[in-house]
Design a protein around this ligand. Structure first.
Ligand code: SAM
Length: 227
């Protein structure tokens, strides 16, 4: 039985290390955990969701794919009610506000033994700033395309000695990678151009100037209208 998993979640899965015990916060259907267990990448999965209905769908899918013995299920707002014996926490498909509140409520995640894989759906610069201001470091960030949309997936560790992101770095961190990274840069710059054309925001103007100074491959800016 083929798992109907999205390219976006498959990209998150690429960040999980063989042998990891994972925690999938906001698991919904549980497809990410099921995929990681089916492929023999993760050895166990803690699945949690703030709502009963999606959590029940994960429970049903675990049974359907014969993986219930390797999965545990918790009704939990963020990471508040989940066990702490995992290696990698994945949080995907949520906006920055939700992710920040989840991290804020779980300061115990500020521990170098955990890796966080975050796939943020909106206001990503705000999430990067929160991470940087709170001692987290983004060590890798992959840009991917799923259908018409560009997404990023970031690997985050707690490293209070890591250099802080600059305001421009919160929009386009140096660690961005992947075939779609230039398209993402063009999209971010295009978005800032539209914002600054309509708002008097000197800070964003400055960020835009800095980002425009980055060398962009010719033609990428022309693709902005694709998104
Ligand atoms: C759009 S779905 C994403 C599901 C899956 N992670 C993915 O990326 O495809 C967001 C899920 O996160 C759950 N969620 C939202 N806020 C949450 C919170 N504070 N704690 C745990 N789960 C949450 C929702 O109930 C929903 O099932």
């Amino acid at each position: 039985m083929k798992l109907p998993i999205s390219d976006r979640l498959l990209a998150c899965a690429r960040f999980v290390r063989p042998g990891d015990r994972i925690a999938d916060v906001g698991c919904d259907h549980g497809y990410l955990s099921i995929h990681l267990l089916q492929e023999g990448i993760a050895v166990s999965a803690i699945c949690s969701d703030v709502r009963q209905q999606p959590l029940q769908s994960a429970v049903r899918n675990a049974e359907k794919y014969g993986l219930s013995s390797k999965m545990e299920f918790y009704l939990s707002d963020g990471a508040q009610n989940i066990p702490r014996d995992f290696d990698t926490l994945v949080c995907a498909g949520m906006g920055a506000d939700t992710m920040v509140s989840i991290l804020e409520a779980a300061p115990w995640l500020k521990d170098s033994r955990y890796r966080l894989i975050l796939q943020c759906q909106s206001k990503t610069p705000m999430l990067r700033k929160y991470l940087s201001d709170n001692g987290y470091a983004i060590t890798k960030e992959l840009v991917l395309r799923d259908g018409r949309f560009l997404y990023t997936v970031m690997e985050v560790i707690f490293d209070p000695n890591a250099p802080r992101l600059t305001p421009a770095g919160c929009y386009l961190p140096e660690v961005l990678q992947g075939d779609e990274a230039d398209a993402y840069r063009a999209w971010v710059i295009g978005g800032l151009k539209i914002t600054t054309a309509h708002q008097n925001d000197p800070e964003k103007e400055k960020i835009l100037q800095e980002l425009e100074a980055l060398a962009l491959p010719l033609g990428e800016l022309a693709k902005i209208s694709d998104f």
